[in-house]
Design a protein around this ligand. Structure first.
Ligand SMILES: Cc1ncc(C[n+]2csc(CCOP(=O)(O)OP(=O)(O)O)c2C)c(N)n1
Ligand SMILES: [Mg+2]
Length: 623
């Protein structure tokens, strides 16, 4: 994701109404230490975080960073960065992930050695795959063994803690002095947000944090340590791409990881319209193109559907704007062969590919490949592509592209006793439409027909790495960032995702974050039921056993009570559409008054049909 100007600046510290959020409560805003107080290593590090303009530092406490913790509270007065207490390190990272998805800005996260970092790993992997910036700070040591307490300092020290996350962070370091720690953090701050953005990790020796530093240890002059400017697409390449696109009879744009700046959004629409190009988007990224536009004929999903595949096969020139797995999409469309279209692939992603993680996806057969910002390429193409030169083709394409019905009943109903997934989707979008909703997350089985996006904030995106349990944390982080946007933040989560990550809701309540979570509760890790069903079918075994080891029943967890037990408003269980409409009305009023609300809706164990056939990988031996 390209960092964009903060779309919804948070109020300056202390600028909110006193009742607005307990983040500003006096008990959490202690007096900072006087300017001439003695300075500890961690004081200088905390001062640097302030100079870097770090808004928040999410954490679950740990003694390996007790020095830094003290400096944030008692030296800086818990103001810029402000602490966000999370009940699990995975939530701390997910909160930072959701926040970065909305703002493009890195949040800091403090992680205890070794166990806190171990807890955080899945969420770090999610953030890595999603290419969001994040400054991970860890405590470690003391590395000087003579300073270690017996037992606990030994089990919470590792020689190379960064090795735990090196495969899915962009850079890591374990500096050996306070001055080196300052340099490492400035470097980390540059690297994390330089495209492709990704988390970075700096482990800071507990002994360095707790040593007294003299006046010679000063903050680096940050104005002299600017983030590097990244390369513009070369003129010659832009010229070739413009020529290929204007000559194309059936151009296709695959819009993937692009900026969430509304000006970039408008430029993408302009380019598609000038070219008369069809456009595909998907739900792995946030909203990137108006889904109801006539040039966007297919509904978005996690996978390219049959109609999207036929557009790919039909295209003669394809421009991939950092589409996630363009090689895989082309191979899927071609039934294992590459379709004949000329492929132009613009993505800075190769800069962060490594030998551990394969989230770089299939190698695309790119005729022109550009390691550059896709948004910069679109802007440059608009300077060269003259609408009049291709007006006839564009007209033809527009006439061909017939707008879809807004929703289609494309779900396979299994049970009528609960709300169907289609009913859940239709009721949610219709009821919330007047309230400017921002869909932070949608569940795996969501029908693409229910996605009506007209602005980057209409849909924030998915989890990046397919790590279940990130939903509640990401929802809290994104909702925190959306606070002054005038948007109604809503996350629709699977019950498995909610149950794995639900104590992140406590942080939302504690910090007064207005948020609506709707749990599409099918009492199951249902995605995997589909896998078991297909496996059983191929092996000619009883498919009716697909639920065993999947269903969360006997007892059925009471999701509303689990929310109430953390101080949130919990509504439900709801098992009918009328009840859901009433619950939504109640929830909207409460969220607008500042509450964190969870609605438990019992839904039929089913996915939208197009989704069920796409999520299950082909099984060897299957016909
Ligand atoms: C951490 C983790 N564990 C297991 C999985 C495998 N997995 C993928 S989807 C899924 C089910 C998710 O359940 P839920 O959130 O209730 O969504 P549903 O499929 O029921 O709609 C599971 C277990 C995963 N992706 N991540
Ligand atoms: Mg489920």
């Amino acid at each position: 994701m390209t960092p964009v100007p903060h779309p919804n600046p948070l109020p300056a510290c202390g600028a909110r109404e006193p009742s607005d959020a307990s983040v500003d409560s006096p008990v959490e805003r202690p007096q900072p230490s006087p300017p001439n107080a003695s300075r500890w290593g961690s004081d200088v590090i905390a001062e640097l975080l302030r100079e870097l303009d770090v808004d928040f530092i999410a954490l679950t406490p740990g003694a390996s960073f007790r020095g830094l913790h003290d400096s944030l509270v008692n030296h800086l007065g818990n103001e810029r960065p402000r602490m966000l207490l999370a009940l699990h390190e995975e939530h701390a990272v997910s909160i930072a992930h959701g926040y970065a998805r909305v703002t493009g800005r890195p949040m800091a996260v403090a992680l205890h050695a070794n166990v806190g970092l171990m807890h955080a790993t899945m969420a770090i992997f999610n953030a890595w795959c999603d290419r969001v910036p994040m400054l991970l700070l860890g405590g470690v040591g003391p590395m000087d063994a003579t300073q270690r307490r017996p037992w606990v300092d030994w089990i919470h020290t590792a020689r190379d803690l960064g090795a735990l996350v090196r495969g899915y962070t962009k850079w890591d370091d374990q500096p050996a002095s306070v001055a080196a720690a300052l340099e490492a953090i400035v470097r980390a701050w540059q690297i994390t947000a330089t495209p492709p953005a990704a988390p970075v990790y700096v482990a800071i020796d507990a002994a360095l944090q707790e040593q007294v530093v003299d006046a010679r240890v000063t903050l680096p002059p940050l104005e002299r340590f600017q983030r590097p400017l990244t390369g513009d697409p070369p003129n010659e390449a832009v010229e070739r791409i413009a020529t290929a696109l204007t000559k194309a009879a059936r151009p296709l744009l695959l819009v993937g990881r692009v900026s969430s700046d509304p000006a970039d959004w408008r430029r993408r629409v302009e380019l598609a319209e000038r070219l008369g190009a069809r456009v595909l988007t998907d739900l792995k990224t946030g909203a990137t193109f108006p889904t109801q536009h006539a040039l966007h004929p297919c509904v978005p999903g996690m996978f390219v559907g049959a109609d999207g595949c036929s557009l790919i096969r039909d295209a003669d020139v394809i421009l991939s704007l950092d589409w996630i797995d363009v090689g895989g999409a082309l191979r899927l469309a071609g039934g294992g062969e590459w379709p004949g279209a000329t492929l132009i692939h613009c993505s800075p992603d190769q800069y962060c590919h490594n030998g551990w993680s394969m989230d770089y996806q299939a190698l695309p057969p790119a005729d022109i490949a550009l390691l550059a910002s896709p948004d910069a390429l679109v802007a440059r193409l608009l300077e060269r592509i003259d609408a009049r030169a291709i007006a006839l083709d564009a007209e033809r394409a527009r006439a061909d592209a017939s707008p879809r019905a807004a929703t289609a009943a494309s779900v396979e109903s299994v049970s009528r006793s609960d709300v169907s997934v289609d009913e859940l989707a239709r009721t949610t979008i219709d009821t919330l439409a007047p309230h400017a909703p921002s869909y932070i997350r949608l569940p795996i089985g969501w029908p693409g027909e229910a996605c009506r996006f007209a602005h980057p904030l209409d849909y924030i995106g998915f989890d990046g790495g397919g790590g279940i349990g990130s939903g509640p944390g990401m929802a809290v982080g994104a909702a925190l960032a959306l606070q002054s946007s005038g948007r109604l933040p809503i996350a629709i989560l699977g019950d498995g995702d909610y149950l794995m990550g639900l104590t992140a809701i406590w942080s939302g309540v504690h910090y007064g974050v207005p948020l609506l979570v709707v749990v599409a509760n099918n009492h199951s890790f249902f995605n995997d039921e589909l896998h078991q069903e297909r496996t059983a079918r191929v092996r000619e075994r009883p498919v009716e056993n697909r639920w065993i080891g999947m269903r969360m029943s006997d007892p059925v967890p009471d999701l509303a009570k689990l929310a109430q037990g953390q101080g949130a408003v919990g509504i439900g269980p709801i098992a009918d559409v009328d009840g859901y409409v009433r619950a939504l009305a109640d929830a909207v009023a409460r969220v607008k008054a500042g509450a964190t609300v969870v609605i438990d809706v019992h839904v039929a164990p089913e996915y939208a049909r197009a989704v069920s056939s796409a999520v299950v990988r082909h099984i060897p031996g299957e016909r």
